[in-house]
Design a protein around this ligand. Structure first.
Ligand SMILES: Nc1ncnc2c1ncn2[C@@H]1O[C@H](COP(=O)(O)OP(=O)(O)O)[C@@H](O)[C@H]1O
Ligand SMILES: [Mg+2]
Length: 233
């Protein structure tokens, strides 16, 4: 049996009387992709925020890379990369300046930070735009830079919150290939999405969430409404 990189049991998060997340359990084996599929307001971002130590659960527990998300926040943070729905980069800096700064802040020497920034910009198809301010980037370029920013420290576990929402079809396909590369490199990924086709494309397993609960789980093939089998009913 392979090691679980993300594990959660009965996660609950309340805002006032409302349960944004009402008892979510999930398990993601190392090197695999879990798709968390659900409509707006389903509780996807809140679940990601608990798993990434940004907000504490009101009930339940979770471990990431073997560390408890409440009691070992530092150890969890050292193992994860997060791309939020709202961008985390500074739009007044260039792509290269953003990535170099993140590298410096995470303790790299200047030359190493520069080299890594150049490599990431290249890998994410941003080499030509490296020295433009992020404000001038298209939506797809912004998302790719966000993802690159989350990879400066090469974390083994990645949380991607709706990485393609709002992107045009070409940028979406480009983002998919970037995510596939990260998985090929051995990353474990939890990806949220509103689109079954995206989960189908990228995820090994899918949990469907709605109103803060897991309402179905399985592979894309298991979750797709099957073709009517003649004579089956
Ligand atoms: N900080 C907050 N305060 C109050 N309600 C919140 C907060 N964050 C999320 N919610 C509510 O929790 C529910 C789940 O939200 P969210 O996790 O953002 O869903 P999703 O990411 O699937 O769209 C929604 O009803 C949302 O309005
Ligand atoms: Mg969300």
């Amino acid at each position: 049996m392979s090691e679980l990189m993300i594990e959660a049991e009965g996660l609950v998060k309340r805002y006032g009387d409302a349960e944004a997340v009402a008892g979510v359990s999930l398990a993601v084996p190392a090197g695999t992709v879990l798709g968390v599929l659900g409509p707006n307001g389903a509780g996807k971002t809140t679940t990601v925020r608990m798993l990434t130590t940004l907000t504490a659960p009101d009930a339940g527990w979770a471990r990431v890379a073997g560390h408890d998300v409440v009691r070992e926040t530092g150890a969890v943070r050292a193992k994860i990369g997060v791309t939020a729905q709202d961008a985390t980069v500074d739009v007044l800096l260039t792509g290269r300046q953003n990535l170099t700064m993140i590298g410096r802040l995470s303790g790299l020497r200047r030359t190493d930070a520069r080299r890594l920034a150049a490599a990431l910009l290249d890998r994410f198809g941003l080499a030509d735009a490296a020295d433009r301010v992020v404000k001038a980037y298209s939506g797809g370029m912004r998302r790719r830079l966000d993802l690159a920013a989350g990879l400066v420290i090469r974390p083994p576990v990645l949380f991607l919150d709706e990485p393609t929402t709002g992107l045009d079809p070409a940028s979406r396909v480009r983002m998919w290939s970037v995510i596939r590369e990260l998985v090929a490199d051995g990353a474990t990924v939890l990806l949220t999405t509103q689109y079954l086709d995206e989960a189908d494309e990228l995820a090994d397993r899918i949990v469907v969430v709605d109103h803060g609960r897991v309402i179905a789980a399985g592979t894309a093939a298991e979750l797709r409404p099957g073709p009517a089998v003649p004579g089956s009913r």
